[in-house]
Design a binder for this molecule. Structure first.
Ligand code: NAP
Ligand code: MG
Length: 400
């Protein structure tokens, strides 16, 4: 049987450490035997980012704008320790931050559900996808220590010379702290649009929550922007698709999420998304089973695993020790990208390859063959713990 042909290349962003090892194994054993792979390859490994002064990250983002669909390996976000380890010229920015800023996207994270890896919450039957607004609020705030008695105000000075606006934050009797946050209507609207589109694309209900009863101007603005956009552009399409947009208060949302069966998208403000995505991924069982897709309102898609480069395993690998690193989220990044590419290029064979790759992966785990992280938490009585290479080989056998 011939290999499956592609039309448009996928943008391929290679990465670092143990996930770079997985990347090559996945390509060699699970993809290239079956697909006549066409990619625009960019090496986002830290050495090459340093050599190109991080230009490669920008080039890869631009290629994603050109071709529309990218698949990315996990990458190191450098810090002082990494600067020393890799002899970097600078502490380069987070590649994910750079890509997200250039593509102007929203990240959707969803767990991969398999039998034998049961969520801590027994009612959860289907994935809960978290969408995090990635601009503003706490993450772009300014803060001040107030040394002693005095007044703190918010002042708005219009650029066109109109009337100033001023509100008192607090009249301090003694020392304290103060913080100023902002957000931008256009960013909130872009986030809302990405969420509505992704709900239609995946045929799932969309939930959104803020604390608008307490934050009557700030959080209320989020609520209004979502509601207005929904009424103006999405209500009819949601009704046709048989899905629902549901708004509630954040504390009510948390209670309902815990009692739910899953199977919806939960749109979160920046801080809520930061916290709740860790809660949801842990409650579903394993970070190594979380996928992540960056969806841009301009129609670009970037697929990756939610976890990092699994540094601790990589150091074992370098010493020649056996590793048992879970490649599932990285495999699903590839299958997600193939499915999207196949849909856009009208290549049903590529779409069905994505389905088969995912099924072979899930079947392997459900047959009791899994990596150590899953073997430790599975409800199966006698799991077979495989090393990294053998687990991928077990998937390859099923796929063939
Ligand atoms: P990590 O790579 O996600 O790993 C943290 C721990 O989680 C691992 O040590 C391992 O636990 C477990 N784990 C994660 N993925 C696993 C997998 N596929 N299979 C088995 N176990 C897995 O996070 P990190 O160690 O904090 O970060 C390492 C590097 O990744 C950092 O340089 C960071 O900048 C980068 N990072 C990149 C991304 C991205 O590119 N999207 C995201 C996050 C972090 P045990 O050691 O207990 O087995
Ligand atoms: Mg977090």
């Amino acid at each position: 049987m011939g290999k499956i042909a592609m039309k448009t290349p996928l943008v391929e962003m290679d990465g670092d450490e143990m996930t770079r090892v997985l990347w090559k194994l996945i390509k060699d054993e699970l993809i290239e035997p079956f697909v006549d792979l066409k990619t625009a390859y960019f090496d986002l490994g830290l050495e090459h980012r340093n050599e190109t002064r991080d230009q490669v990250t920008i080039d890869a983002s631009m290629a994603t704008k050109k071709y529309g669909v990218a698949v990315k390996c996990a990458t190191i976000t450098p810090n002082a320790a990494r600067k020393e380890e890799y002899h970097l010229d600078e502490i380069w920015k987070s590649p994910n931050g750079t890509i997200r800023a250039l593509l102007d996207g929203t990240v959707f994270r969803a767990p991969i559900i398999v039998k034998g890896i049961e969520p801590y919450i027994p009612t959860w039957k289907a994935p809960i996808t978290i969408a995090r607004h990635a601009y503003g609020d706490l993450y772009r705030d300014v803060e001040m220590k107030v040394p002693g008695p005095g007044k703190v105000e918010l002042v708005y000075t219009p650029a066109d010379g109109g009337d100033e606006q001023r509100v008192t934050v607090h009249e301090f009797d003694g020392a304290g702290i103060v913080e100023g946050m902002h957000n931008i209507d256009a960013s909130i609207e872009g986030f809302a649009r990405a969420c509505f589109n992704y709900a239609l694309e995946t045929k799932q209900d969309l939930w959104f929550a803020t604390k608008d009863t307490i934050s009557k101007t700030y959080d209320h603005r989020f609520k209004d922007i979502f509601a207005d956009l929904y009424e103006a552009e999405y209500r009819t399409r949601f009704e046709e698709a048989g899905i629902e947009y549901f708004y509630t208060l954040i504390d009510d949302a948390v209670a309902r999420v815990v009692r739910s069966e899953g199977g919806f998208i939960w749109a979160c403000k920046n801080y809520d998304g930061d916290v709740m995505s860790d809660m949801v991924s842990t409650a579903f069982g394993s970070l190594a089973m979380m996928t992540s897709v960056l969806v841009s309102p301009h129609g670009y898609w970037e697929y990756e695993a939610a976890h990092g480069t699994v540094q601790r395993h990589y150091y074992k690998y370098l010493k020649g020790e056996e590793t048992s690193t879970n490649p599932v989220a990285t495999i699903f990044a590839w299958s997600g990208a193939f499915r999207k590419r196949g849909q856009l290029d009208d290549l049903p064979d590529l779409v069905s390859f994505a389905d088969r790759l995912e099924k072979a992966t899930i079947d392997t785990i459900e047959a009791g063959e899994m990596t150590g992280d899953l073997a430790r938490i599975t409800t199966f009585e006698h799991p077979r713990q495989l090393n990294t290479e053998d687990f991928i080989a077990a998937i390859a056998r099923r796929l063939a």
